[in-house]
Design a protein around this ligand. Structure first.
Ligand SMILES: [Zn+2]
Ligand SMILES: [Zn+2]
Length: 214
């Protein structure tokens, strides 16, 4: 499988909208902002008309005027809309070098969706192996691996928490233990174990879905 984020070809209006989506207007709260752009944003998302940087979340920007008569520049603030859980994410850590660490943190801890993880376990193993053997150096694949791992962290936390708050999930403990065991040494897996691992991941995913629907 070749994995790429692609680069949509945008017309002038789409380009302009992509630049304007992130901007929180004067007097607007982040929720106002989200409400205002939501329908159009989802439309653009569906039609693959978003900048790659806006593909999985939208980091808000605020216009700052640095001097009198300044036309204003839009600076990123630590607020984003996550398209996996459709929630506003607030943070006190920021973005550096084009990577939004606060979205990483959100995805690995409290995102209740899983759309950000868009490769299967099979792909994950495949990409890992390709990277290890030097067959690829794809940035997109590396990012996909990273998001898969964030999702796994989140899933483990969720299973743990579900157990803590005593939700009635069958065999959660067994799954969790086995899963952790496999997670930390996926290299030594034989075919039947891989199949089991794969199954466990889906079980956990299914459980997450159920927990989220409670
Ligand atoms: Zn950023
Ligand atoms: Zn989220």
């Amino acid at each position: 499988m070749v994995y790429t984020d692609g680069c949509p070809v945008l017309n002038d209006i789409e380009w302009r909208d992509n630049c304007q989506f992130p901007v929180i207007r004067k007097g607007e709260t982040p929720s106002d902002w989200m409400k205002r752009i939501w329908d159009q944003l989802m439309n653009y998302r569906k039609n693959n008309c978003l900048f790659v940087s806006h593909k999985r979340y939208m980091v808000a920007r605020k216009i700052l005027y640095l001097w009198e008569g300044d036309l204003g520049s839009a600076f990123e603030v630590n607020i984003a809309i996550c398209y996996s859980c459709d929630q506003l994410v607030y943070s006190n850590i920021g973005c550096k070098y084009g990577i939004c660490h606060f979205m990483d943190k959100h995805w690995s801890t409290n995102c209740t969706g899983n759309a950000y993880c868009d490769i299967s376990f099979r792909d994950y193993i495949e990409f890992k192996n390709k990277l290890k053997s030097g067959l690829t150096n794809s940035f997109d694949e590396k990012q996909a691996i990273r998001r898969y791992e964030l999702w796994m962290q989140n899933a483990i936390r969720r299973v743990k928490r579900a157990r803590e708050i005593d939700r009635k999930i069958r065999a959660v403990k067994v799954i969790q233990e086995k899963w952790l065991e496999y997670f930390y040494r996926p290299d030594g897996l034989c075919a039947s174990e891989l199949a089991l691992h794969y199954q466990l991941l889906w079980t956990v995913r299914e459980e997450m879905r159920q927990i989220n629907n409670v």
